[in-house]
Design a protein around this ligand. Structure first.
Ligand code: SF4
Length: 191
């Protein structure tokens, strides 16, 4: 298909976003080569580090492209026998775990009764969490039931994990909670 520069610019603007990609869509041009080329440039000369997706026990293999000490791309590893280069939508978004302007990088604390959050030091927050866990466990620990059955449990604490915690962390985490006698342990991850 022959496309003049004028046609290209006209349709690009008409596409709303005013992007070259938008223009190509408007002209009915295939996007695959442009995408492939853009991807090729992004990872050109990048160092490749093999890794795995942290999200679930499928453990899909990934390739992490690093340039100037920065992650520029993460994609499925085609050499992997079980994911063969593919990633599910969650895995395909792993890049955003690293590069995301919305990612919280500071610890926020809201005092009891306060209406706003304040930034606190991580060390202080860790000590405070440990303090509260100890306090709650001491107050609620049940060694045995009225019928004499030994239970050693802490019903005053509920552990809730998040989707971005990896399998290994979750494994250690549930061991930690069980060690404290916590029995209400939940996690969104597909383990
Ligand atoms: S979350 Fe998706 S990409 Fe990640 S290991 Fe599981 S199936 Fe694979």
């Amino acid at each position: 298909m022959q496309v003049s520069r004028r046609d290209f610019l006209r349709v690009s603007v008409g596409a709303g976003a005013g992007t070259a990609i938008g223009g190509m869509v408007g002209l009915g041009l295939p996007l695959a080569p442009a995408r492939a080329r853009a991807q090729e440039l992004r990872i050109k000369d990048a160092k490749i580090v093999p890794s795995i997706c942290p999200f679930c026990s499928v453990g899909c293999a990934t390739l992490i492209h690093v340039k100037d000490e920065k992650i520029v791309n993460i994609e499925g590893d085609p050499r992997s026998p079980h994911n063969e280069g593919t990633l599910c939508p969650k895995g395909a978004a792993i890049y955003q775990l690293h590069m995301n302007p919305n990612r919280a990088t500071k610890v926020l604390h809201r005092k009891p009764g306060a209406s706003g959050w304040e930034i606190v030091e991580l060390d202080w927050a860790m000590d405070r969490v440990a303090e509260l866990i100890k306090e709650t466990r001491d107050e609620t620990f049940i060694e045995s039931l009225p019928n004499g059955k030994l239970v050693n449990m802490t019903p005053g604490i509920f552990a809730l994990g998040g989707a971005t915690l990896d399998n290994e962390f979750n494994h250690v985490c549930q061991k930690f909670w069980r060690g404290l006698g916590v029995v209400a342990i939940e996690n969104q991850a597909r383990i």
